[in-house]
Design a protein around this ligand. Structure first.
Ligand code: HEM
Length: 400
């Protein structure tokens, strides 16, 4: 926008949010490298089993997306201010690269959720890819890709709104934050509304492919048609039932997971016992993700209303709420990943390899040690990232 209309506010916005992006990008990169080590230290058997399938998407990711991001990220940082056209182009390429990156990573993850386009090696020791196109056109990948990207855009929008709210509360109502808030609130609203709409189709798709995960998301223990959804419910896997279930809405669970109010859902008690995920964890994570999803719609609607009616900059309560809401999309996203990844347990590659058979053949104490070290490393990275971002935000009063 700055390149087109030379309005200084757009340049300030690009510089300010760009600084936060750069911190995130650098730390994201380091965290990704650690993840690769983890494949070697803890998941040797899995890496051997999956190598044939995992390798190509990750190689394409490195070649296509990572080089694109890396090259243009450098150009963005080092180009002079007067090379505006090339600088703007570089930023767009970095944005494109990061989105493409997520596609290739999700293609690898999509295979673990729903293996396609492969043959088992004759000795059963590994999967051999037979159809690369099937890997890319895997339906699971596209549901996951859209959901994950929408969630990431929503998180970005809420982070921007929270940071703007912090400055409005400080009486720092300059154009940079006003314009930023307008963009962020629009993106927050669109993504918050589209997430549950598409999430509903996603839940049906997942339930068809992984019935245990689907049933665990709503703690449905017995097979039945026209299943209600309970507003208050506490599952208890030790008894294979819900210890509390109140305020049931007739047929709603069936509708959400099958698309029909009278649809049949297979209950957890009718599925193989040794192939059930930890039900409570999936149930509460799914509830948390969707409840927060509803809160996001309300917060975005309220923000839009307050801004349109000119009351935003004096609505201290709302501004404080938005500031303290910054962690919520992170929590929602983490809950979503718990549903997706813990929900397919005991499988690491669904239906083909159990997690217990995917770990490296080293003593369990070694695995524990490396997990502890990696977690400590991530914790340090997180503290460092929060510190740097906070410093950037707090020092941005004048936004130059
Ligand atoms: C409000 C309604 C929502 C519904 C119905 C919904 C549905 C789902 C379903 C069914 C899954 C599991 C997919 C699987 O097992 O592979 C999932 C995962 C996930 N959800 Fe949601 N979701 C909603 C809201 C949100 C929100 C608000 C966020 C974050 C801001 C979010 C972020 C995620 C993430 C990151 C995952 C893991 C990645 C993936 O599987 O795509 N979801 N969601």
């Amino acid at each position: 926008m700055y390149y087109k209309n030379k309005d200084e506010n757009w340049r300030k916005m690009a510089d300010f949010w760009g600084r936060i992006f750069k911190i995130n990008f650098a730390i994201g990169l380091v965290s990704g490298l650690t993840l690769t080590f983890q494949l070697g230290t803890n998941w040797g058997a899995y890496a051997e089993f999956m190598g044939d399938v995992f390798g190509p998407p990750l190689a394409v990711e490195a070649l296509l997306a990572f080089f694109l991001e890396g090259t243009f990220f450098g150009a963005w940082i080092f180009l002079n201010r007067d090379r505006q056209k090339l600088k703007a182009f570089s930023m767009w390429m970095v944005a494109l690269g990061t989105n493409i990156s997520s596609l290739w990573i999700i293609i690898a993850n999509g295979f673990m959720q729903h293996p396609v386009g492969y043959n088992m090696a004759a000795d059963g020791s590994k999967v051999v890819m037979t159809d690369f196109l099937a890997l890319i056109t895997n339906g699971y990948v596209w549901y996951m890709m859209v959901h994950t990207l929408l969630a990431a855009y929503l998180l970005t929008a809420f982070l921007m709104m929270g940071i703007c709210a912090y400055h409005f509360l400080k009486g720092n109502n300059n154009e940079v934050f006003k314009k930023s808030f307008s963009i962020a609130v629009a993106i927050a609203l669109v993504t918050a509304v589209v997430l549950p709409v598409l999430g509903h189709g996603y839940a049906q798709y997942v339930t068809e492919l992984q019935p245990a995960k689907g049933a665990a998301m709503d703690a449905i223990w017995e097979t039945g048609s026209g299943e209600p959804m309970y507003l208050i419910q506490i599952p208890d896997s030790s008894t294979g039932s819900n210890s509390v279930q109140l305020l049931g809405i007739p047929g709603l669970a069936s509708f959400l997971y099958t698309g029909s109010f009278s649809g049949t859902i297979t209950g957890l008690n009718q599925l193989p016992h040794d192939e059930l995920p930890p039900v409570e964890m999936i149930f509460w994570s799914f509830r948390l993700m969707t409840i927060l999803g509803s809160l996001f719609i309300i917060e975005a609607l309220l923000g839009l209303y307050l801004q349109k009616s000119g009351k935003l900059y004096t609505s201290d309560k709302y501004l404080k709420l938005m500031m303290w809401s910054i962690p919520l999309p992170y929590i929602s996203i983490t809950a979503g990943w718990i549903v997706a990844e813990v929900g397919r347990q005991p499988w690491i590659v669904y239906g083909l390899l159990k997690t217990a058979n995917g770990i490296s053949s080293v003593p369990i104490s070694d695995v524990l040690l490396s997990i502890t070290l990696i977690s400590a490393f991530y914790l340090i990275l997180m503290i460092f990232e929060i510190y740097l971002i906070k410093k950037t935000v707090v020092n941005a009063t004048g936004v130059e």
